[in-house]
Design a binder for this molecule. Structure first.
Ligand SMILES: [Zn+2]
Length: 76
C-alpha cells in the first residue's frame, strides 16, 4: 500500500482573482500572482502571499522536525 501524503494540500497556486493573504488582511494577492495555499480543513483553502509563505513553511518544517524527534531512531 502506498504511503499516504498527509500534507498533500500544501501547494502553490496562481490566483485567478484577487485574494487576501490569510496572515494579514493588508496583504493582497493579485490575479495571476503565485501564492502558497493549503486546506486547513478539506475544501477550505487558506491563501498565503509570497512574502508570508517562507515563514509559514519554515514554521511547519520546524514543527515536523520536532515531532519526528520522538520517532524511535531505528524507524527513520
Ligand atoms: Zn501575507
Amino acid at each position: 500500500m502506498p504511503v499516504r501524503n498527509i500534507l498533500r494540500s500544501f501547494r502553490f497556486e496562481t490566483a485567478v482573482a484577487t485574494r487576501t493573504c490569510d496572515v494579514s488582511d493588508e496583504h493582497v494577492i493579485q490575479p495571476e500572482e503565485k501564492h502558497f495555499a493549503y486546506d486547513e480543513v478539506p475544501g477550505q483553502r487558506k491563501n498565503i502571499c509570497m512574502n508570508c509563505a517562507p515563514g509559514i513553511l519554515k514554521k511547519a518544517q520546524a514543527h515536523l522536525a520536532q515531532v519526528m524527534k520522538e520517532l524511535p531512531s531505528a524507524k527513520i
